[in-house]
Design a protein around this ligand. Structure first.
Ligand SMILES: Nc1nc2c(ncn2[C@@H]2O[C@H](COP(=O)(O)OP(=O)(O)O)[C@@H](O)[C@H]2O)c(=O)[nH]1
Ligand SMILES: [Mg+2]
Length: 408
């Protein structure tokens, strides 16, 4: 995660013990850490554990460099990725709320102190400082409320460029950035004008005479601190409103881990109202899953949970071309439709057939009928339409490509 945020990691230190009240780590370990910092000329120390204000202060004092914890690192990561005003405000909000939590202690510690991260607060009275933060929080909340009203407009603007948007989603370390690089590598010919309007995580890619905007995302993070959930959602939201999501999965991990991560990803995508977007699942790192048997076993176990799976290796660039074809196939063909069929004896075989052939977005059983929202390619669509008619059901193609309804 530190590397993702742009840090150069020069050393790692680990200790297993109950947290120390003063330093989080033991006093002896602090000395070791301070020496390590001095020897490696490190400019910052990042803790995986959450640090209390006092611990942060004491560690900064002992190491003479700025110290931060995982919470702050994640915030920094999000800040890099926040391209919309809403995401930026959401992150500011998280920063301020975190600051509010630590304000009193921080002001107290900064009296007459020169510790990195604590400077400049000495002149404040704790309550004055807290009030100042609270005022900022109020202002940002107001701005967020205003922005939310304009959300739909913002999203429309993204399509103004006229390209289809493809975004990479998945856990950190699943290989999104590696895949991003593999997919963008051959596209040196990029319109510079356009380039400047894009964030660094978005590139124009071209294959089979079609252009796409490919966006790398911040990625799902295990143990995401509670105070950061909204900031995470808003960071992800902008990128997830795309025409296609490539869900990147580390296929080399144990099956239960893979399943858990896929579940979290899909639930979050659903929560963001983006579950109607066509999806391709990139089962990455197959260079590390050499056994054919293991591959098949995992694929079989996952097949009902994932859409359009493809085995590949971003690092070894295996099956990248196949992924391009896969993307084209899914993007060009898929249409959205909804159907409603009276519950009769013949319905269930049809429904399970549709499950195999189409992407189900929503399925609902009432006492008398089954209603399904789904997407499929035109051939399948036509087959479904006929079968639904045969069963005296209703079938309706949706005119626009699936636009996620975020108003709910
Ligand atoms: N063996 C192997 N490693 C990979 C592959 N793709 C990515 N990695 C490695 O996985 C780690 C995380 O990759 P990265 O692209 O930064 O993941 P991100 O956090 O999802 O962007 C890096 O060390 C990559 O070199 C792959 O196909 N095979
Ligand atoms: Mg990345």
């Amino acid at each position: 995660m530190a590397r993702s945020a742009g840090y150069d990691v020069v050393g790692i230190l680990e200790q297993t013990r109950p947290p120390d009240a003063r330093y989080q780590i033991g006093a002896g370990k602090v000395e070791e850490l301070a020496k390590m910092v001095a020897d490696s000329h490190a400019e910052k120390v990042i803790f995986d554990n959450p640090l209390r204000t006092l611990q942060n202060y004491n560690l900064a004092k002992a190491t003479k460099v700025e110290v931060m914890d995982r919470f702050q690192l994640i915030l920094e990561l999000f800040r890099h990725r926040a391209t919309t005003t809403e995401a930026q405000y959401q992150i500011q909000l998280a920063v301020l709320q975190n600051e509010l939590k630590h304000a009193r202690q921080k002001v107290r510690l900064s009296k007459g102190s020169e510790q990195p991260g604590f400077m400049g607060l000495g002149a404040y009275e704790a309550d004055v400082y807290r009030d100042a933060i609270k005022l900022q929080v109020q202002t940002i909340r107001k701005k967020l409320a205003q922005i939310r009203g304009k959300r739909v407009l913002q999203r429309d603007r993204r399509t103004e460029l006229g390209f289809l948007n493809v975004s990479l989603a998945g856990y950190t370390s699943s290989g999104k950035s590696t895949l991003f690089n593999a997919l963008t590598k051959e596209n040196a010919l990029v319109d510079r004008q356009l380039f400047t309007t894009l964030s660094t995580q978005t590139r124009l890619i071209e294959f089979s005479n079609r252009k796409f905007l490919l966006t790398d995302t911040v990625g799902f993070i295990d143990r995401l601190p509670l105070g950061l959930i909204e900031a995470f959602h808003s960071t992800l939201e902008e990128t997830i409103f795309s025409d296609l999501i490539i869900l990147v999965v580390d296929f080399a991990e144990p099956l239960p881990t893979i399943e858990r991560k896929i579940r979290v990803c899909l639930e979050t995508i659903e929560k963001l109202g983006a579950s109607g977007i066509p999806m391709v699942t990139a089962l990455n790192k197959i260079d590390r899953v050499k056994s054919e048997e293991e591959r098949n076993q995992k694929l079989e176990a996952l097949k009902d949970q994932i859409k359009n799976p493809l085995l590949l290796s971003a690092k070894c660039e295996t099956n990248i071309d196949a992924l391009r074809k896969h993307i084209l196939k899914v993007l060009e063909n898929y249409q959205a439709a909804e159907l409603s069929i009276p519950l009769t004896g013949n319905v269930m075989p049809l429904i399970s057939w549709i499950h195999q052939k189409a992407d189900i977005r929503k399925e609902e059983f009432t006492n008398t009928s089954v209603n399904v929202d789904f997407e499929a390619n035109p051939q399948v669509m036509e087959q479904i339409r006929r079968k639904v008619q045969d069963l005296n059901g209703q079938f309706q193609l949706k005119t626009a490509a699936a636009t996620p309804d975020k108003s709910a």
